[in-house]
Design a protein around this ligand. Sequence first.
Ligand SMILES: Nc1ncnc2c1ncn2[C@@H]1O[C@H](COP(=O)(O)OP(=O)(O)O)[C@@H](O)[C@H]1O
Ligand SMILES: [Mg+2]
Length: 149
Amino acid sequence: MATYISHSAAETAALGAAWGRDAQPGLVIALSGELGAGKTELVRGLAAGLDAPARVHSPSFTLLNIYSGGRLELYHIDLYRLDTPAQAVDAGLEEYLHTRGVTAIEWPEKWFGPDPAAAARQFRLTMRWVQIEIVGHTERRIRYEDFGP
Ligand SMILES: Nc1ncnc2c1ncn2[C@@H]1O[C@H](COP(=O)(O)OP(=O)(O)O)[C@@H](O)[C@H]1O
Ligand SMILES: [Mg+2]
C-alpha cells in the first residue's frame, strides 16, 4: 500500500498522468472516495498521461465514457447512480473489465463490494485500488494498492 498526499487538483491529476504513462493494457483503476474527493480529477490526469485528446468530464448520467486517440483507450465508468451490482452486469459493463485499454471506475465498491482482493480474484482483474480521502480544502490522502496477477 502506497500513500500520496496531494495538495491541489493539479497534483492529483499529475499522479494520474504518471499512471497513464506507465499503464499496461488491461489495467483497471478503481477509485473510491466521497463526492468531491478528486476521483474525476485523477481520471483527467490519466487521460493526459495516455495522450488522449478528449476533455474528461464525469459520466454520471451515462455510466461510461470512452476516450480514444491516446496510447491506449480509456474507459471511464462512474457507478454513482448504481443501486445493485447486477445493474452493472445488465448494463454490459463486464466487457470493460478485460480490455486492451485502461478502465477507470468511480464508486467501484457499488459493484465489487468492500474487498478489492476478493473482487480481483472473482473477476480476474489486474487492478489498482485507490482510496482518496479529503483531509482539508485542497489536501487529499491518496492510498493505493495493486491486486491481481
Ligand atoms: N488535492 C486535490 N485533488 C483533487 N481535487 C481537488 C484537490 N483540491 C481541491 N480539489 C477540488 O475538488 C474537486 C474534486 O472534484 P472531482 O474530481 O469531480 O471529485 P469526485 O470525482 O471524487 O467526485 C474539484 O473541484 C477539485 O478542483
Ligand atoms: Mg467524479
